[in-house]
Design a protein around this ligand. Structure first.
Ligand SMILES: Cc1cc2nc3c(=O)[nH]c(=O)nc-3n(C[C@H](O)[C@H](O)[C@H](O)COP(=O)(O)O)c2cc1C
Length: 326
């Protein structure tokens, strides 16, 4: 199956994935101008009492800046942007945020933590496409039954709420029955790995942690630096901090006074992904990251990161063609 138009004309087959707190309009605009899909969780647009709706302001700004870019650069237009909806009962803003995304005709919708038909229908009503993120084949089937156009396979090693399955196993099981758009995530931080994702059967790479160490990202300098200085062995998989299994930087856990190699299990009844989600004070600086950060050597503008990914992607392709004598 060919990719929908929104995803087929990218400079690189990459989606800059949504990052809680970290993705903001500056990062999304930089990613889209650089030719990859930029995205943000709707809940990152925090509401302030008595002020205009922040999500609406973000969408207007992103749309206007990308339109201006496209008029000035008709040969290198920006990639479309995506908004992530947390489809979980604790998200009290979901219905209102979906309405706003319909009003502003959001082109790509990423849904996580629950698949619901009405959200897919809302996206389709304005010509948008939906991509639902899943950690196993069972959830993938459920998402497509509920009307998702595409899937994001979140494999082991991904930042945030990662799965535990090998990317090869996950993609091969999904590709047995699904030929629609498929993105793969989990520790992808170099151009070679983007090509590997395609070789394994995915259409797109879904990259999060590497974008934390960009100038535009809304993360404190210490977090960005921790991404630069650490590697795969410095990441721990735990369900303690949100009730859902995810990957975290061990040094941030140690800095909060806990032993990252001996973490307790969580209390699932405390799960909350709403706009009002609060970590205990001592967990404020527990920082999420996937295992791929060994590839991240410095904090750079997002456009420079995309340039690096493209250079590596092309070099990997050339290397493979030479090796095969093609
Ligand atoms: C700090 C952090 C916050 C995240 N927040 C969200 C989120 O709000 N919504 C979501 O769908 N995924 C979220 N994710 C998951 C990413 O979108 C993506 O699946 C993951 O980063 C890909 O793996 P990688 O980090 O190894 O590239 C988050 C990941 C990280 C590292």
């Amino acid at each position: 199956m060919t990719l929908p138009k929104a995803l087929s004309r990218l400079r690189l087959p990459v989606i800059g994935s949504p990052l809680f707190i970290i993705s903001n309009p500056d990062l999304v605009i930089a990613q889209c101008k650089a030719g990859i899909v930029g995205s943000f969780p709707a809940l990152n647009a925090r509401e302030k009492e008595g002020e205009p709706i922040e999500l609406e302001r973000w969408l207007v700004r992103i749309t206007e800046e990308l339109d201006r870019h496209n008029q000035a650069n008709p040969d290198t237009p920006a990639a479309p942007f995506a908004v992530n909806q947390i489809v979980h009962r604790s998200n009290a803003r979901l219905e209102r945020d979906v309405e706003i995304c319909v009003k502003h005709r959001v082109p790509v919708w990423i849904t996580s933590l629950g698949a619901q038909e009405w959200v897919n229908e809302a996206a389709h009503s304005v010509g948008g496409i939906t991509l639902h993120d899943v950690i196993n084949n069972r959830f993938a089937k459920k998402a497509v039954e509920k009307g998702a156009d595409g899937l994001i396979a979140v494999a082991a090693g991904a930042g945030g709420h990662a799965g535990a399955l090998s990317p090869f196993a996950l993609v091969q099981e999904i590709r047995e029955w699904f030929d629609g758009p498929l993105a793969l995530s989990g520790a992808i931080a170099r151009g070679d790995a983007i090509l590997a994702a395609q070789a394994a059967g995915a259409d797109l790479a879904y990259i999060g942690s590497a974008f934390i160490a960009t100038e535009e990202a809304n993360a404190v300098p210490g977090y960005k630096q921790m991404i630069v200085e650490n590697g795969a062995s410095d990441i721990v998989y735990s369900d303690l901090f949100t009730g859902v299994w995810g990957n975290y930087l061990k040094p941030s856990i140690a800095a909060a006074g806990m032993d990252p190699d001996n973490l307790e299990r969580s209390d699932p009844s405390a799960m909350n992904f709403g706009a009002d989600r609060q970590k205990p004070k001592s967990w404020k600086e527990i920082w999420g990251s996937g295992q791929g950060i060994g590839a991240v050597k410095e904090v750079v503008p997002a456009a420079q990161l995309v340039d690096r990914l493209e250079r590596e992607y092309r070099a990997a392709r050339d290397r493979l063609f030479h090796a095969s004598g093609a």
